[in-house]
Design a protein around this ligand. Structure first.
Ligand SMILES: O=C(O)CCC(=O)C(=O)O
Length: 262
């Protein structure tokens, strides 16, 4: 189903070379996915949701409290449209396969003053999904570079597979964070311009440093996509609940999930 907010997004099919790069390097920079009007509207709706829930940065609070706002597609219509029907769903279908569900949507914000770093991890450390082809997308809502806490990755690190141990359900409930010990000699920063996106594999080693800039926010929209039958290894292999976006699923609870949310 299309609707008017599609005027905000840039859609592009991946080339064979891009798919091959993703498979080799474990990530792909996608360039502009939001046009200027889309970026403005995305910022407006995301900031409204953020301000309704979060105060200023508070060093006594956790990373989660200061930096993450989960299920942002429940709170911002443009995010819902982007998450369910935007260009990154096409990317997920091309990189994962015909059956796709949403796995996570959240704001990952480091507003100026938020100097908390996010240690090395795989996104499958925080929620091990099987099959091991789920992917993360980051859409930059601000220009981001080393001074305001951009993403760092270790290209090709996905080739080493799942780094154990990932978090258990109890760890997740206790909001434990992961900080893997990583050989940083091959690590690279990934600066992005506002409106651009990157996609990376669930085994990609990545981190970000704090925002040390005094006058620049670093706002990211984080979304994960998975095979429609992906299960949560850390949760007795229960299916991850996320809206079915493409194809079909063998799990009725996934087929029914968020169907009333359009
Ligand atoms: O904030 C970032 O740049 C990284 C976010 C991240 O690593 C994550 O949410 O998994």
């Amino acid at each position: 189903m299309k609707n008017s907010t599609h005027a905000y997004f840039h859609f592009n099919s991946l080339t064979a070379a891009q798919k091959s790069d993703y498979s080799q390097a474990g990530y792909l920079t996608l360039g502009r996915v939001l046009n200027d009007a889309g970026l403005e509207e995305m910022r407006r709706q995301c900031m409204d949701a953020w301000s309704a829930d979060k105060g200023a940065f508070d060093g006594s609070k956790s990373w989660l409290q200061n930096s993450l706002l989960t299920d942002i597609h429940h709170r911002a219509a443009i995010v819902r449209d982007y998450y369910y029907r935007g260009p990154l769903v096409d990317v997920a279908e091309q990189l994962i396969g015909p059956n796709i569900k949403g796995a996570t949507s959240q704001l990952t914000f480091k507003l100026r003053g938020n100097t908390m770093a996010f240690g090395w991890h795989q996104d499958n450390s925080y929620g091990e999904l099987d099959p091991y082809n789920s992917l993360t997308t980051l859409t930059a809502l601000d220009d981001t570079d080393e001074s305001n806490g951009c993403l760092w990755i270790v290209p090709r690190s996905h080739q080493q597979g799942q780094v154990e141990p990932g978090l258990t359900l109890a760890h997740k409930k206790a909001e434990i964070s992961v900080a893997l010990s990583v050989d940083e000699s091959q690590a690279i920063p990934v600066p992005m311009r506002a409106g651009e996106a990157i996609v990376f594999h669930c085994w990609m080693l990545h981190k970000s440093e704090g925002n040390s800039s005094l006058d620049r926010d670093r706002r990211i929209l984080f979304m994960r996509y998975a095979d429609a039958d992906a299960v949560e290894v850390y949760n007795n292999r229960q299916p991850r609940l996320g809206k079915l976006l493409r194809g079909h699923t063998k799990f009725p609870e996934v087929a029914a999930f968020e169907q009333s949310l359009q």
